[in-house]
Design a protein around this ligand. Structure first.
Ligand SMILES: Cc1ncc(COP(=O)(O)O)c(C=O)c1O
Length: 421
């Protein structure tokens, strides 16, 4: 049974959504760069600092409460990703830093003759850490391409790159530039068939649908809490046996077991408290569907499925608004039958107009969007758009409304001097 999406109550939980400009509500479509946070996340972070603030492992109350919150946060994120154990969840400053760190730990075992695969569809945070590790270790880097017509991964080409020398495939789950969702389950199977590991960048997928590392069978998966309604905090999942056998770059007094050995230094405790609240917020969205006896994992599954269904509506609405706009090219999947292979992150260019000018014109109208390459540099280079300022990116999440998307369309028609509907 699917409950209707509890829309009004969702928006009322996000204080930022009440901001106004020129007497109109601000429209946040900059979400792929970072989402807004519900009041419960803000409260969890300030409560932590007000009442629980301490370092870990002490015999006194604040330290014990800090330990409990941080352990609960590991368990909550394990539920979000469907990890088998909270010890498979590593917190860190952001996805990029965690990826640099794990690439070093993995690369210690690799050298000349070994190969890794990265893709041109990825954010640079899932490219450069691997390329730099490979340069340090004498490992060969193979590049998987994407089809510029619809910005989908060249699966056949990628399959051809995998061989018995491949040690790792680093791939994105959803592109932060084009919105493309990759078939990570198939890619995981292919990587494992040749004995390679797979690292999945799920940063842009996490706010848009259920994640399940067990169903995927992936070895490593990274995301960032600030992209799924939490604070600025990175998250790395790793299969326990893999994390356990890797050598971490850590100080001697730090514990030698996962996740502690990869959580270097004192962590961002208030951020971790906020991430716990963000996961609980998402679980609460699925409470009605999962039933009163549903576990947090079941609630998360139901909540994220509801988000996924609504995101498809947003996806279609954004693309409909783009249709027929003079000079506009959408870079990504536009075929209505394949929308389930994209998240509602839509990048476009306008012939003869700089992306920065379009973003600025929208900003003047209270509509916040990104422009440029958003660190998906390989994408704008491959599309030949880097020298022209990249693309304009509109990224919706579950708190955006169809009215907001209609206002975006009207603003674009005004900016581009197109006829109004
Ligand atoms: C797909 C993707 N991967 C990685 C990152 C980097 O994440 P972080 O800012 O947590 O390092 C981003 C950030 O925009 C992203 O969109």
């Amino acid at each position: 049974m699917n409950q209707p999406f509890p829309f009004a109550s969702i928006r009322s939980q996000f204080p930022a959504l009440t901001q106004q400009m020129n007497d109109l509500p601000v429209i946040f479509l900059d979400n792929p760069g970072g989402t807004q946070t519900p009041a419960a996340v803000i409260a969890a972070m300030s409560d932590y600092l007000a009442h629980d603030n301490a370092n870990r492992g002490g015999p006194f109350a604040t330290s014990q409460r800090s330990d409990a919150i941080i352990e609960e946060a590991h368990a909550a994120v394990a539920d979000l990703l469907h990890a088998t154990s909270p010890d498979e969840i590593i917190f860190g400053p952001n996805m990029t830093t965690l990826t640099f760190s794990i690439s070093r730990a993995l690369g210690r075992d690799w050298g000349p003759g070994d190969e890794i695969i990265v893709t041109r569809l990825d954010h640079d945070a899932n490219i450069t850490p691997w390329v730099m590790m490979a340069a340090d270790r004498g490992v060969t880097v193979r590049w998987a391409d994407f089809n510029p017509d619809d910005c989908t991964l060249d699966m056949e080409g990628l399959h051809g790159l995998l061989n018995e020398r491949t040690r790792l495939l680093a791939v994105g789950y959803a592109s932060n530039a084009t919105g493309t969702i990759n078939d990570v389950a198939t890619l995981t199977r292919w990587a494992h068939e040749v004995g390679a590991l797979i690292f999945v960048d799920a940063v842009q997928c996490a706010p848009h649908g259920p994640l399940d590392v067990q169903a995927l069978g992936c070895d490593l998966l990274a995301c960032s809490a600030y992209k799924f309604f939490g604070p600025h905090l990175g998250i790395l999942y790793g299969r326990y046996d893999l994390l356990d056998r890797l050598t971490a770059y850590k100080v001697r007094p730090a514990k030698n077991k996962p996740p502690h050995k990869f959580e270097t230094g004192t962590q961002n405790h208030e951020g971790i408290a906020g991430a716990l609240a963000a996961v609980n917020y998402l679980a609460q969205l699925g409470q009605a569907d999962a039933g009163s006896s549903g576990s947090r994992r079941q609630q998360l599954q139901a909540g994220m499925e509801a988000i996924q269904r609504y995101d498809q509506v947003l996806n279609a609405a954004i693309l409909t608004e783009m249709e027929g706009l003079p000079g506009v090219t959408v870079h990504g999947i536009t075929d209505p039958d394949r929308l389930h292979w994209r998240v509602p992150t839509v990048s476009f260019t306008v012939a003869g107009q700089h992306p920065a000018a379009i973003a600025a014109a929208l900003a003047e109208r209270g509509i916040f969007v990104w422009h440029g390459n958003y660190y998906a540099l390989a994408v704008t280079e491959r599309l030949g758009l880097e020298e022209q300022g990249g693309m304009v990116r509109v990224g919706a999440v579950h708190y955006n409304t169809l009215d907001e998307i209609a206002r975006l369309g009207a603003a674009l028609r005004q900016i581009l001097h197109a006829p109004t509907h």
